[in-house]
Design a protein around this ligand. Structure first.
Ligand code: SER
Length: 442
């Protein structure tokens, strides 16, 4: 199944079952929703409906939403599946069907649309939480049992895993997640869904959205019981296409191939470093293309800063790989070719996107040179402190590996511990500024 086929299979399944198909909302949330900088889930544009502030066009909706998760920037390229920009498929019920209905749809589509065997599917449910004053989600357990899921494949998980909120405040509720058991070649008999393992791959999150959380953490029942589900399209593509990472799926292959051709097979980096850099470039150039298409421009604040950070990280990686100047526009064209049919805004905004990436690549190219000059000064003093390495990373976009490599070439020691501490401090500051994205679901 191609990514386009996965998207269409999902949306047409729900459309045939009385759901109104909505176009994706913008990556920039509406001005009345200050809880997040960028849209992080399919339910974001629908929040006023869940809160009962606006009347939805229908009580059953389905969409494929553009999402962006800032906290994942530094995981990109390091893991098999983290992305900043991704598509989330969802079906939503506004006061219509609830837990049993959502479970039935998810089960049927998993078997008949996505071709899974029932014996390979497991689910998790919320085990309850004393602080929230909630017990185990017996209604969800009963819904799965009614569909024939054996009790031993229904796993109870804590609030950290199975309670979903769209941000620090707002609509939230217990959730239930579907997992594919990829078999013992990916792990052991003792692995369970919800744990840190590669055997069980989460692909769909069903949120039973029934509370509104206040700033003090108090839960108030919403005007109606709702369903918000999220299925990560790119993750489903990994499964359907039988590949190991998202970067091997159809949406990413053209970008990885472009990187390979720009590199021309040469380079002083190890295979591992090269792969990581190419993956960062593929993810970040998709992210910047979609952000600019939705009206974000690079700046030093808020979402403009997220965009700038993405661009600079990509430019630094391109330089690290030895690409010639002018590579970002080539990536933008590849992203537009791959995704433009599903997202016409990419073609409509092509000129603006190319203008912004070209000017950032030129101006940051000069900044990188200043960074190299700073590094020369530091090296001449005989040691690179963690703080200096962090400043090179944060201000000049120097990946720590680049600094480390150049330092090692000159035989100059680098204090890595100080770098990690400085970075942890900055992460805390930016997480506080960005607001929560909820736990990272499907
Ligand atoms: N909002 C939930 C999530 O993002 C389900 O759509 O995982």
């Amino acid at each position: 199944m191609t990514s386009d086929e996965i998207r269409e299979t999902f949306l047409s399944y729900f459309e045939a079952r009385g759901h109104k198909r909505l176009a994706s909302g913008s990556l920039v949330p509406a001005s009345y929703d200050p809880s997040v900088l960028l849209t992080t889930a399919g339910m974001h544009p629908l929040k006023p409906y869940f809160q009962g502030i606006e009347t939805p066009p229908h009580n059953r909706l389905t969409s494929c939403q553009k999402c962006f998760r800032t906290p994942d920037i530094e995981n990109v390229g390091v893991t098999a599946r983290h992305l900043t920009f991704f598509e989330m498929l969802g079906n939503f019920s506004l006061g219509d069907y609830f837990k049993a209905g959502a479970a039935e749809f998810a089960w049927e589509l998993s078997l008949e649309g996505f071709g899974f065997s029932p014996d390979d599917l497991w689910v998790t449910v919320f085990e309850g939480d004393e602080e929230l004053g909630l017990g185990p989600d017996e209604e969800a357990i009963a819904a799965w049992e009614a569909l024939g899921v054996p009790r031993e494949r229904i796993v109870l998980c804590p609030r950290s895993e199975n309670f979903w909120q769209a941000g620090p405040t707002g609509p939230c509720g217990p959730c239930s997640e579907l997992y594919l058991d990829r078999g013992l070649q990916w792990g052991t008999e003792d692995d369970l869904p919800g744990g840190e393992n590669e055997r069980f791959l989460e692909y769909w999150n069903l949120v039973f959205m029934q509370y509104d959380q206040s700033e003090t953490g108090v839960l108030t029942p919403l005007p109606s019981q709702n369903i918000d589900t999220g299925l990560g399209l790119n993750r489903m593509a990994v499964i359907q296409q039988g590949v190991d990472t998202v970067f091997d799926t159809d949406q990413f292959r053209p970008l990885m191939e472009l990187g390979e051709s720009l590199r021309g097979g040469s380079g002083r980096l190890s295979d591992e470093e090269t792969t990581r850099a190419l993956r960062i470039l593929a993810d970040h150039t998709r992210g910047m293309t979609f952000l600019i298409a939705d009206g974000v421009v690079p700046s030093n604040e808020e979402r403009g800063y997220v965009l700038r950070r993405l661009m600079r990280r990509a430019i630094a990686q391109g330089r690290h790989l030895g690409f010639d100047q002018g590579f970002l526009p080539q990536y933008v064209d590849a992203v537009t070719e791959t995704m433009g049919a599903a997202y016409p805004e990419l073609t409509a905004e092509r000129e603006a996107i190319l203008r912004w990436v070209t000017s950032e690549e030129e101006s940051f190219g000069r900044t990188l040179e200043h960074g190299l000059a700073m590094l020369e000064d530091v090296l001449a003093r005989g040691e690179v402190t963690g703080e200096e390495a962090f400043q090179l990373h944060d201000t000049y976009g120097f990946p720590i590996d680049l600094t480390e490599e150049i330092a090692a070439e000159r035989g100059v020691p680098l204090v890595r511990a100080g770098f990690d501490a400085a970075r942890a401090g900055q992460r805390e500051r930016s997480a506080a500024a960005a607001g929560g994205g909820g736990r990272v679901g499907a």
